[in-house]
Design a protein around this ligand. Structure first.
Ligand code: B12
Ligand code: SF4
Ligand code: SF4
Length: 379
């Protein structure tokens, strides 16, 4: 986007952008030089070389551009990073003990934040282009940009030991979005890392996903396994998954900096009641139309019904609730192997004798070798 107009001085321009961001509902705003983090390509490449991205191939494919804003867009001079507070109204961990319910992580309990932020970012970028004549590019999550370290450079907070950006004002609950521009804007001062000796986020992780503080192996992270990972969830993570059916908030929720957090001002980011305490019994019965209508506008829609049912069936297998057995059996004949496999696992956990009695007839069926191991392997 390039539009000619009378340029204003950078300080006035930044004050205008800041005011516009606040008026649009952004809670945090900061600016960094586009070349503020020359350390990122090496760190990203080390993480990729270790294989921590799992099957998120797009991370490796875009590594050259992802590592630095100027790698992606050589004209970039400054990056504006914006944050929107999605602080929950209730303790997100409270529902983990209610085993017949599913836990959907806070960020997915209402509208997809990409949709909420995108229009607002474009608005600010438009203002910047009009007032400065500079070029701008807008990003929310999907573009190859490392938003957390850039947010750190722009003074929004610091990357905590859980790798997420911690804000002094909003704790762990800040969504990020970025605007790159060819304008040279005055940068904000980065904050010092303030985790100190705390290790709460590392200690609570149910799957030991942190090889070291400030580093995450996605392949072990439930946020990856329940959302990004398309195949069966590896056995070792199924029990630790508990009733988490979409994402995970454990490391975020225990951060002591959340004591400064507040409930999101954005109504579309506050939990919809039906997604705050959904019954696994209802979710496992969803058909395509029911899934689409329950998750309209939600990020959950993107994983599709099969992956969602896989997660729900594993949570059912962890529920200890025998009343759910008939609903599990109804999924043994699902078309998708990920659903069938998770149903078998859940049945074997809830009703091992019933599983034994069904196994032979099931395995005798032609062409169903894809889940044979689910019947006989470890659970
Ligand atoms: C890929 C991705 C994931 C992956 C990987 C997460 C990760 N930590 O990298 C998965 C699917 C696991 C994931 C999970 C979640 N995500 Co996510 N995710 C992203 C995405 C698209 C890219 C992140 C990325 O570049 N990762 C690559 C790694 C290498 O980068 P990094 O984490 O910054 O790594 C640093 C450290 O490793 C550090 N480092 C320090 N020392 C050393 C030493 C060595 C040897 C190495 C190798 C590295 C290293 O270097 C890196 C740079 O600083 C961003 C959006 C974006 N475009 O940035 C959202 C984003 C990070 N996710 C977000 C959210 C909300 C989540 C979840 C909370 C969702 C949930 N509740 O389920 C969880 C949090 C899990 C966690 N503890 O991180 C938000 C975080 C907001 C914030 N306040 O920080 C983002 C920014 C999206 C957004 N626009 O708001 N996510
Ligand atoms: S999101 Fe959950 S599984 Fe992933 S690192 Fe944090 S606590 Fe561990
Ligand atoms: S829980 Fe502790 S170590 Fe983890 S990010 Fe928060 S302050 Fe840092």
């Amino acid at each position: 986007m390039k539009m000619a107009s009378a340029p204003v001085d950078p300080e006035t321009l930044v004050a205008e952008l800041r005011a516009r961001a606040a008026a649009l509902g952004f809670d945090s705003f900061g600016i960094a030089p586009a070349d503020a983090r020359p350390d990122l390509p090496a760190k990203l490449n080390a993480a990729l070389a270790a294989g921590w991205h799992g099957d998120m191939d797009w991370m490796a494919e875009t590594a050259d551009r992802r590592g630095s804003p100027q790698g992606m867009w050589p004209a970039a001079r400054s990056v504006i990073v914006l944050g929107i507070n999605y602080g929950p109204e209730t303790d997100p961990l409270a529902i983990l003990g209610e085993k017949s319910l599913g836990t959907i992580s806070v960020y997915a309990r209402n509208r997809d934040y990409h949709e909420i932020i995108k229009g607002k970012l474009k608005d600010i970028a438009g203002l910047l282009a009009r007032r400065s004549g500079a070029e701008v590019k807008v990003f929310v999550d999907t573009a190859p940009l490392m938003e957390k370290p850039l947010a750190e450079a722009a003074g929004l907070g610091w990357q905590g030991k859980h790798t997420v950006l911690v804000s002094r004002d909003f704790g762990s609950w800040l969504f990020l979005g970025a605007i790159l521009t060819s304008a040279d804007l005055p940068g904000d001062k980065p904050l010092p890392e303030s985790c100190g000796t705390c290790t709460r986020c590392l200690d609570i992780c149910p799957t030991s996903a942190f090889p070291a503080p400030f580093q995450l192996d996605s392949r072990r992270c439930l946020a990856y396994l329940t959302v990004e990972h398309k195949d069966q969830i590896p056995l070792e993570f199924r029990v630790p998954m508990g009733n988490r059916i979409y994402g995970c908030d454990d490391c975020l929720a225990v951060c002591p900096w959340n004591k400064f957090a507040s409930v999101s001002r954005e109504a579309r980011l506050r939990a919809r009641p039906e997604l705050e305490r959904p019954a696994l019994a209802d979710l496992v019965q969803l058909d395509d139309a029911g899934f689409r209508s329950l998750f309209v506008g939600s990020p959950i829609k993107r994983i599709g019904l099969a992956r969602f049912l896989r997660n729900v069936l594993i949570a059912i297998g962890n529920s200890g609730d025998p009343a759910l057995v008939p609903l599990v059996e109804a999924r043994l004949d699902a078309d998708e192997p990920v659903v069938r496999g998770a149903a078998i696992w859940a049945l074997r956990r809830l009703a091992p004798e019933r599983a034994d009695s069904l196994r032979l007839a099931y395995l005798a069926r032609e062409g169903d070798s894809s889940v044979a191991l689910e019947w006989t392997g470890d659970i």
